[in-house]
Write a protein that binds this ligand. Structure first.
Ligand code: HEM
Length: 402
């Protein structure tokens, strides 16, 4: 296996319309598990096959505890791996204890119970858009406000503060546009906001997930004060950022494939399959955080991750593995066979919000299609601006007419 490739600096530039970097496919062919240099300057092995990526996410010999001297980092300075209280940074069995506290709020049944609220909010947002004059940025007016408002309602957080959450999480997720100092400042402001919110809710309790989490600390002693605050911040960010981007990217994908959009309009029963295909190909960024091997692990491709070595397993690379998805570049809402993508991760850190995100995506895409029979991009697709310099790869705007 070659030691390095031409494309040795991560993240690689994305392909057309935010498609995965060509380097994933070329590496998968020639060096499926090979080193990359991260923005921090540290080195990690990059997994590119479906089976390797799934294994890295599932195998308990890979740790998310990167809080030891000289631990590898994705970004220079502080980054997401520093926080000892974030669910995604903790290994089982401690992780299992924390996850149990929130799990029941995100079951398939609870997500379904949110469907009517999501539906009426989607219709409300789209009605407002229709009273305006095209073109309108569908990201700003719909794709983000929908999941932000839902996660705020679910937690019991004032949704009028949602523009601030977006600004803070944009800063956290940036790799090069925001420096370490800016990320630290955004983190402090967000933490101050959430601390104040928890104090206020202790004074005037409610019946939301926020109250359940406060009780898990105050009454049951199952959650420390730091874990409580971190859980709330984590849910606000994770609960809207990716979903908003997938809604936006999904709409662009359908507009780029008018025959599939027409089929979906004719037969709404195709919607769940369409959403799964959108999830397979339209996850923004790379998906999957840095992990370190606690002992030497042989992966299915034959590559070895040695003890102490960092490994990156992007779900996006896995979702384009032709061994798993025939003709992976093709966007096909009627895809048959094994359509099980890995966009929500796998194993202990499998996305907590997957059920909710699926309902949100189904409602959002369905509502847009129904409300706008003549939906079109307001500019040639090549002119849609994309965000660069962020771990999230997404359109900066989604200007549409109807
Ligand atoms: C389309 C939307 C979404 C996608 C593609 C997505 C994807 C992912 C992925 C890939 C992971 C695992 C990361 C890793 O193990 O390295 C993850 C974890 C997580 N996600 Fe999502 N997510 C989405 C929406 C949501 C929503 C709506 C929530 C709201 C609650 C959420 C909350 C979380 C949390 C809390 C974790 C950490 C779980 C743990 O460590 O146990 N996500 N997500």
């Amino acid at each position: 296996m070659p030691e390095t490739t031409d494309e040795s600096t991560f993240p690689f530039p994305p392909g057309h319309h935010g498609s995965p970097p060509a380097a994933y496919a070329s590496r998968r062919e020639t060096c499926p598990l090979a080193p990359v240099v991260l923005p921090s300057g540290d080195e990690a092995l990059l997994a590119t096959t479906f089976d390797d990526v799934r294994e890295v996410h599932a195998d308990s010999r890979f740790t998310r505890n990167l809080r030891y001297p000289d631990a590898p980092r994705m970004l220079p300075g502080s980054d997401i791996s520093d926080d000892p209280h974030a669910l995604v940074n903790i290994d089982p069995p401690e992780h299992t204890r924390l996850r149990r506290i929130v799990q029941s709020a995100f079951t398939p049944r609870r997500a379904e119970a949110w469907r009517p609220h999501i539906q009426s909010l989607a219709e409300e947002l789209l009605d407002t858009i229709q009273t305006g004059t095209p073109p309108v940025d569908l990201l700003e007016t719909f794709a983000f406000p929908l999941p932000i408002n839902i996660i705020c309602r679910l937690l019991g957080v004032p949704s009028e503060d949602s523009p601030r959450f977006r600004a803070w999480s944009d800063t956290f997720l940036s790799t090069s546009t925001a420096g370490a100092a800016e990320r630290t400042k955004a983190g402090r402001e967000f933490a101050g906001y959430v601390d104040a919110l928890i104090t206020e809710r202790r004074r005037i309790p409610g019946t939301d997930l926020l109250d359940e989490l406060i009780n898990a600390h105050d009454v049951d002693d199952r959650l420390s004060e730091d874990e409580l605050a971190r859980m709330v911040r984590g849910l606000i960010v994770a609960g809207h950022e990716t979903t908003g981007n997938v809604i936006g990217r999904g709409i662009i994908a359908l507009l780029r494939h008018p025959e599939q959009l027409a089929a979906l309009r004719d037969d709404p029963a195709l919607l769940p399959g369409a959403v799964e295909e959108i999830l397979r190909v339209e996850v923004p960024g790379h998906g999957g955080l840095l992990r370190v091997a606690t002992e030497s692990v042989a992966l299915p491709s034959g590559g070895i991750v040695n003890t102490g070595q960092a490994v990156l397993a992007p779900v996006v690379a896995a979702n384009y593995d032709s061994q798993h998805f025939p003709n992976p570049e093709a966007f096909d809402i009627l895809r048959s066979g094994d359509t099980k993508h890995i966009s929500f991760g796998h194993g202990p850190h499998f996305c907590l919000g997957a059920n909710l995100a699926r309902v949100e995506l189904q409602v959002a895409i369905g509502a847009v299609i129904r409300s706008f029979p003549k939906l079109a991009l307001a500019c040639p697709v090549e002119d849609v601006p994309w965000i660069s310099g962020s771990r999230i790869c997404s359109p900066a705007q989604l200007p549409v007419t109807w």
